[in-house]
Design a protein around this ligand. Sequence first.
Ligand SMILES: Nc1ncnc2c1ncn2[C@@H]1O[C@H](COP(=O)(O)OP(=O)(O)OP(=O)(O)O)[C@@H](O)[C@H]1O
Ligand SMILES: [Mg+2]
Length: 241
Amino acid sequence: MLSHIDICRMNRLMEHNPEAKNIIEQLLQNHQTIVSLISHEIRNPLTLISSSLQLMEQTHPEVRDFSNWDQTMQDLNFLCQLLSELSAYNNGSTLRYQVFSLQKLLRSVAVSFAISLENASVSFRSSIDPAIKDYAGDQIKLREVLLNLLKNARESQADEIVLSASSGCDTSGIQISIRDNGCGIEQDQLDQIFQAFHTTKQEGTGLGLSLSKRIIEAHHGTLTVTSAPGKGSTFTVFLPL
Ligand SMILES: Nc1ncnc2c1ncn2[C@@H]1O[C@H](COP(=O)(O)OP(=O)(O)OP(=O)(O)O)[C@@H](O)[C@H]1O
Ligand SMILES: [Mg+2]
């Protein structure tokens, strides 16, 4: 993975040298295609294996008693999840623009998340400014970002999560923040959490935040975080209008 410094260097080189810009753009395109092809080719047989195992489980329920069955199924699911997140990450900057009601999207995400919390001992509130209207962007990818941030908040062992969205007083953009009172993030980890594959979770792929940042930056926005260890974190998305 290229570091932030390498990306800045590459951007400077591209600004000053049109020929280098052309070659680098082709290389990046090529790289993106290869990652898509590889994940696609691995996903096909993997889906077949997964379906066969599920069928086997249905016809022979006794296999669930095999000592490594559950672990094998879990590992397989993790691999499928990793591949779809890798593919989503790879396509993170390719947006399908449409004009849609951001207000409705935020409300629908809040409802879906609240439903997913049923029976969980965590309280969730949302405060969505009714002044938020239509927005031109990729609705599906923005939904994914919000769900990623909410999922992280949930996994932070918070007992309170708040989603707030406002169109701001200067109307230059829309600010969406997700605050939790969970475990928080150590200062020295803050720089790393947006890097691909950085995770502190046993079942995590570490792609959620890097993908989310990529999507928000493709909308010319920002994704920032403030956090206090032991007290909680706030992730803020700013989308310019
Ligand atoms: N709300 C939060 N509170 C505390 N730590 C967080 C929070 N959000 C992210 N992190 C830290 O940032 C790391 C990277 O998050 P990211 O969403 O990219 O990956 P992940 O959650 O570990 O895995 P995945 O999203 O693929 O399930 C997490 O492993 C966790 O250490
Ligand atoms: Mg995550």
